[in-house]
Write a protein that binds this ligand. Sequence first.
Ligand SMILES: Cc1ncc(COP(=O)(O)O)c(C=O)c1O
Length: 369
Amino acid sequence: MDRGMDWSTFFRTGLEPVQAYQPGLREEQIRQIAKTDTIYKLSSNESPLPPFPSARAALHGALESLSEYPDGSSHQLTQLLSWHYGIPFDQITIGNGSNELIDLIALTCLEPGDNVVYGWPSFIVYRSSAQITGAEYREVPLTAGGSFDIAALLAAIDERTKIVYLCTPNNPTGGVVSDDDLKEFLDRVPGHVLVVVDAAYEEFIDGRQAARPLAYFDGQRPYVVLRTFSKMYALAGLRCGYGFAPSIVVEMLNKVREPFNVNTLAQVAACACLEDVDERERRHALNVEGRTRLQACFERLGLRYHSSQANFVWVEVSDAAATFDALLKRGIIVRPFPGASGLRVGVGDAEGVAATVAAFEAIFDTPAL
Ligand SMILES: Cc1ncc(COP(=O)(O)O)c(C=O)c1O
C-alpha cells in the first residue's frame, strides 16, 4: 500500500476527532506484568460469573442451526420480552448489544447542527455516535453524588437538541437518578427532545429511591428505555441488547439497522435466561454483598468513593496511574480514565472481591505507593 498517498480526501472530515475504541491489555500482556497467576478482570463491567446455566444449555442445542441466517426480526425474543414486561411487540427493538441501539438512534435522528445532551463522565458511545453523525455533544457535569444533574441537563437543552441521554445507574460512577428527579425531568423536558434512558445496569439496583425508567414508558411520548443481556445476564460476548420505544421509532431503526443484526446464539441464550428469576436474584444478592464489602474497604482506608447501585464502584485516588499499576501487579485489573482522579473497580465474585480488598489494603496501608 502506498503510505505516501493523501488519504484525507477519502474519508468524512467529521471522523477526525473520533477516537477508536482502545482495547485493554491482552491476557498474555497482563500475565507478564502481574506477579501472580490469578488474574481478576474487573475492568469492563462484565459479570464475574459465567452465563446462566439455562442459557448455556440452550446454546448447545442451537449450534446445528448456525448454517442458517438468524431470525432478522428476533421474533421469539421480542415476543418473550413483550410478555415479560407487558409492552406491545411493536414497541420493542433488539440490537447487537445496546451499544448498537445507541449508534442506531444517533444515525436515525441526528444531523449536523443538531446536538445531544448527557451527563459526563458517562458512557463514551453517547459522544462517539454524535461525532460520527456530525452532531454537537454537550457534556454536563454530574452531581456530587455521581449521578446525572437534572436541572443542569434541562438548562443545556435548546431548540436544536434532538436527544438527551440519562444513564442510570451511571457508568462509571454508579450513581442513580432518583424517581422524583426522573418524574420532574419528564414533566419539564421539551417535547421535541427524544429522552433515551440507558438502564444497562438496572438489574443491579437495590435502592428504593432509584428511578425505574420503564414505569414512565407509554409508547407515545418520545421516550426510549435501553437494557442489555451483557451485564446481569452475563452474555457480553454474544451481544444482545434491547430497547422499548414508540413503534414509529422502532420502524425507523429497522430502516437503518443491518437485516441480521442479532446473531442466533444471542437470541437463543437471551430467551433461555430472561425468565430465570432465581438465578438472577442469587446474582443480585452476590453483587450487593460484594459491592458493600468493596465500599466498606474504601471507607476504612479513607478513600472517597461514590455510593454505587451498579456492579462497579468509582473510587478516588491521588495517583490513578500508580494505583492502577500497583493493582495490576497483584492481578487486579480495573479501569482507569485518562485525566481522571479515580478508578472504576468492578465487583468480582466473592474470591475476586476478597482479592481486590486485600490489594487495596496492601497498597493504601503503606503510606508511599
Ligand atoms: C452505560 C452503558 N450502556 C450501554 C453499554 C453497552 O452494553 P452492550 O452493548 O454490551 O449491551 C454499556 C457497556 O459497558 C454501558 O456501560
